[in-house]
Design a protein around this ligand. Structure first.
Ligand code: PEP
Ligand code: MG
Length: 580
């Protein structure tokens, strides 16, 4: 008998394949006391488990090195070194010698170490918490004889559907693309970064499935439909045939859209608009450049960092930015400086914070770690020799942050000049408007910046106080709330007054109804995932600015809720498209 689990569509596409369950969570460990005469055997059991974990990690390391290169593989070195740490082992052995079972002794010491590292003053040590957790799960799974759920251990060609509770961006990046065909998570929403990354990687995904993993055993056949947001378990023959037909129809639609992709983004009343692409990983650049996008409106550079053992050095970053600039051959490429924090954890972890989304993230972290930040700024200035690179700062709330960043940018120029390497000394600098503070006070930013880009994912989150990644709040994440729309209108008007370009680069810009609203609010630039470029262009080519203005005025003057705004916009859009 089949069962259809419903979640949130996160990345389009249909995959038929076996379920691969990933339970990457620290298992529960019961207290178990041992007799004095059992101590030696228990110590031997601990060492055998650690040896097995080391063999396993070495295999994973070799595989990662072959697939992703030495930098990615280095993360396993960190974990291997933890397993041979004399102090760690001594503490565990001491507890076993006090008659504690090996698994409880291991559990207690690892938890202590994680707490200690999480509060450590040195960022490098705080970043190791994630590695300790991985080691914790791996060794406990061996000691408790639990199945090994390692996500990289799926045979190639399986086209497996990875089902898990939650996936971090770093784990997502580590997935073997030749083995995993789709992702399904219990947690998450369409604007969570796992969803954004799945779209970048071209992996169909459904998120917010709530308790999906609990009802599955692993290995059963399933259909994941990333467009509908469903996961069908043990489908019938006819459901499989139907899914395959829909996959073919999707492909045909994509081909039809490809024709629109190269057309100009001009409305029916002759207003030329700009549609650019969001690029999240450098490997995406070449494909994105053929999407019809007029450059890159947002490159999320933090995906060069998450899940890594070390920060990428200046040369590695330079190569990544240069690759994107060259792929877009002279068209504008807006590269955002590191937006680490929130749900994008750097190098295996982050200091523990009660409210990470209100915490030490993005520009705040970069300004507090100027040496780390300047490595990126220098790489950007060097890459700017190869294209029209523009620099964008995330999560700015006050103009001081822009001014401080400019000082560091000037210092980076001096440093490069002293080294006599080729670089561009003047690169446009813009900011993201992602908070009500930045939106309401954007007139205080305009003199210090060259462009503005509204990050609607965060703007909605901070305006409505709704965590963008929390599945329980997904229905409350409503970009059409009048408060959000008024803020966007304010930013667009201020930009126009000061002759500053204003773009929207959050997920809102990818959806036709929202694009109609944004045009009415005065937005003239959009940056969307490459797949959405033709969808947005087609919409823009089918409407007039006048109709969009009218629709949004009517919606904002008569509605009090997102739902009411939506109903009015839908009706107006149908009329504008000649459908109703
Ligand atoms: C946003 O907040 O809308 C945005 C584009 O940035 P990110 O999704 O990476 O936070
Ligand atoms: Mg953001």
């Amino acid at each position: 008998m089949d069962s259809v689990l419903r979640g949130i569509p996160a990345s389009a596409g249909i995959v038929v394949g076996p379920v691969h369950l990933l339970r990457w969570e620290v298992p529960e460990v019961r207290q178990r006391l041992i007799l004095d005469e059992e101590i030696d055997a228990e110590l031997a059991r601990l060492h055998a488990a650690i040896d097995r974990a080391r063999v396993r990690l070495t295999t994973l390391r070799t595989r990662a090195e072959a697939q992703a290169g030495p930098e990615e593989a280095a993360i396993f070195d960190v974990q291997l070194s933890m397993l041979t740490d004399g102090e760690l082992l001594k503490s565990i052995e001491a507890l076993i010698k006090q008659n504690l079972g090996a698994e409880k002794a291991f559990d207690i010491v690892l938890l202590e170490w994680q707490q200690h590292f999480a509060r450590h003053a040195t960022p490098m040590l705080r970043e190791r918490v994630g590695d300790l957790t991985d080691v914790h799960i791996r060794v406990l799974s061996i000691l408790l004889d639990l199945p090994d759920h390692d996500p990289v251990d799926v045979p190639k060609g399986s086209n497996a559907i990875l089902v898990t509770h939650d996936l971090t961006p770093s784990l997502t990046l580590q997935l073997d693309r030749e083995a995993i065909g789709a992702i399904a998570t219990e947690e998450g929403t369409a604007t969570a970064h796992v969803a954004i990354l799945a779209r970048s990687l071209g992996l169909p995904a459904v998120v917010g499935l709530r308790s999906a993993a609990k009802t599955l055993r692993g290995g059963e056949l399933a259909i994941l439909d990333g467009t509908e947001g469903t996961l069908t378990i043990s489908p019938t023959e006819s459901e499989i045939a139907d899914a395959r037909l829909r996959a073919v129809a999707d492909q045909a639609r994509d081909e039809e859209l490809r024709e629109v992709a190269q057309a100009e983004a001009v409305t029916l009343d002759g207003v030329a608009l700009v549609v650019r692409a969001n690029v999240d990983i450098p490997e995406e650049a070449e494909l994105a450049a053929t999407s019809g996008a007029d450059g890159v409106g947002l490159m999320r550079t933090e995906f060069l960092v998450v899940g890594r053992a070390h920060m990428p050095d200046e040369d590695e970053q330079y190569r990544a930015y240069r690759r994107v600039a060259e792929a877009f051959a002279g068209r504008p490429v807006i590269i955002r400086t590191f937006d680490i924090g929130g749900d994008k954890l750097p190098v295996g972890g982050h200091p523990h914070e009660a409210n990470p989304f209100l915490g030490w993230r993005a520009i705040r972290m970069c300004l507090d770690e100027p040496e780390l930040f300047k490595v990126q700024l220098r790489a950007l200035l060097r890459a700017a020799v190869h294209g029209d690179i523009r620099i964008m700062l995330p999560l700015v709330v006050t103009v001081d942050e822009v001014r401080e960043a400019r000082v560091l940018l000037d210092e980076s120029v001096q440093e490069l000049a002293a080294r006599r390497v080729p670089f561009r000394s003047s690169v446009p600098l813009g900011v993201m408007v992602e908070t009500p503070a930045a939106a309401l006070a954007c007139d205080t930013l305009v003199r210090d910046v060259d462009f503005l880009s509204i990050g609607s994912n965060d703007l909605v989150q901070y305006t409505l106080a709704v965590d963008r990644g929390n599945v329980n709040l997904a229905p409350r994440f409503t970009p059409l709330h009048p408060a959000v729309l008024r803020l966007i209108r304010e930013v667009a008007a201020t930009g126009a007054q000061h002759d500053l370009p204003v773009a929207v680069c959050g997920e809102m810009a990818s959806q036709p109804l929202m694009v109609f609203a944004l045009v009415g609010l005065g937005v003239r630039q959009f940056s969307v995932s490459p797949r959405a470029v033709p969808v947005v262009k087609r919409l823009l080519r089918s409407i007039t600015v006048a109709a969009a203005n009218d629709a949004i005025s009517s919606a904002l003057s008569t509605s009090g809720t997102a739902r009411e705004v939506e109903l009015i916009l839908r009706r107006r859009l149908r009329v504008a498209l000649g459908e109703g």
